[in-house]
Design a protein around this ligand. Structure first.
Ligand SMILES: [Zn+2]
Length: 212
């Protein structure tokens, strides 16, 4: 990624338009490739489970004789399983980087086109004279209870939020878009857009799958 040299100071998604039909009605899908990463995590998990099964089979074969052949195969399997484990961890970790203003993937709600766009620099007339405080709360929910979710403001990741946690932040941009993603960067449906007032306060609640 070379976009880091031109990162906006005050990021904004306001003004992003569908390149096909020009509509500014879109929903946020998340980080590009997030779906593929989640599939990769799934594949990694399946490979790992299969490997564990093979190891158990090898150990049983060793107990029942033909030890020398089995030991060689078992070592190979352990190496492969280790590889699968590291692949899995790597795939999960690469979901959201810390250089956190990379392009996002959008889907136009008018013409259904999927497109990528980077957050824009908010124009001077959309900067507030005083910051607005935003209180975000992730409500306790069974769904994803052990998962940390990423909280994004205008395309910038602000925090990792656990179940039943809150996070308070400020914005100096008038038109704001807040969304939440999984660890891999897939956005939960329905971002929250709001117009901030100087010195104002906005409260947002997230149920575990959507804003409420
Ligand atoms: Zn469109």
């Amino acid at each position: 990624m070379t976009a880091s040299t031109t990162q906006p100071t005050n990021a904004s998604l306001y003004g992003i338009k569908c390149p096909k039909c020009g509509s500014s009605a879109w929903r946020i899908l998340g980080r590009p490739g997030a779906g593929m990463r989640e599939a990769g995590v799934g594949v990694g998990a399946i490979v790992l489970v299969v490997m564990i099964g093979v190891i158990i089979g090898m150990v049983r074969a060793m107990i029942h004789g033909s030890a020398m052949v089995s030991i060689g195969t078992a070592v190979l399997v352990v190496v492969l399983a280790g590889g699968a484990w590291f692949f899995w961890k790597w795939f999960k970790a690469m979901g959201i980087s810390d250089s956190n203003l990379e392009p996002l993937e959008f889907a136009c709600t008018e013409c259904k086109t999927k497109f990528q766009a980077a957050p824009l620099e908010a124009p001077a007339d959309q900067i507030l004279s005083a910051p607005c405080t935003v209180f975000f709360r992730r409500l306790p929910a069974l769904k994803g209870v052990n998962d940390e979710f990423a909280l994004f403001l205008n395309g910038r990741r602000l925090a990792w939020v656990k179940n039943n946690q809150f996070f308070e932040f400020q914005t100096v941009v008038r038109y704001n878009d807040v969304f939440v993603t999984t660890k891999s960067g897939t956005a939960f449906k329905g971002h929250r857009s709001f117009e901030a007032q100087p010195g104002g306060r906005v409260e947002l609640q997230f149920s575990g799958i959507a804003f409420v």
